[in-house]
Design a protein around this ligand. Sequence first.
Ligand SMILES: N[C@@H](CCC(=O)N[C@@H](CS)C(=O)NCC(=O)O)C(=O)O
Length: 255
Amino acid sequence: MDNFILYNASQSTCSQRVRYALHAKKITFEEKKLDLFSGDQLAPEYLKINPNGVVPALVHQGESITDSTVILEYLEDILPGISPMRPKKPESVARVRAMMRFVDEVPGPAIRIPSYNLAFLPHYQSMTEEEFQSLCDSKPLRREFLMKMGRTGFSEADMNEALARLKRGIQRMSEWLEESKGPWLNGDQLTIADLSIMPVIVRMADINLGHIWEKLPLIERWLSRIQLSESYKDTFYHGSLLTEKYPHLENMKKV
Ligand SMILES: N[C@@H](CCC(=O)N[C@@H](CS)C(=O)NCC(=O)O)C(=O)O
């Protein structure tokens, strides 16, 4: 079962999901940290591992597994007995998977908009127009996303839309917690659905969007609980939060 190599980035939300699962399952892995601003994810040798040019990718015994959600499922498939995070009953698995789909459709993509506008935009603004365009063209998955952001950032309308999607995500998460009676999304067992939404919630709290769940105490309770876990501390090592790299975000006014 040994020989795991995780290609990832400290602040990448998708990588954080997988780091948590690996730690929870006590898997020893070699961590390769890619510098996403230097374009490590677009290097020809990495594109052989993940042709989408994004992190994370997990190489296990020479096989490359890509996409964070797929990796979470893969880890359950190969190590179902160690810290199981997928229920056994088919209807419960379906429920957990439906939650993960929702996260990847609604709040997951939405969190990128404020993240880029607030933290990453200056990096792209320091490029010439030609450099920026050729960077966009080199991205297999995110070309149009980056072009939409452009050199001036996502528009106010885009930001508002993203915030609305995040709010909808939070509302739905609160409903899941209420229905399952907690403490986790699917009841008393932490599942890969919790891991799927975890980095979105952590990022929201980090960039001062925690006020969105001010009136939804189940979310804060869920967050405090996951933050107390051993794997959380291993996952979010120093430098994993945006505010640890971009201190100006600490002082940002509530959006
Ligand atoms: N669906 C993919 C998305 C992966 C993804 O978007 N990764 C981001 C970091 S969270 C990335 O590598 N971005 C680099 C880039 O856009 O060039 C997954 O869940 O693994």
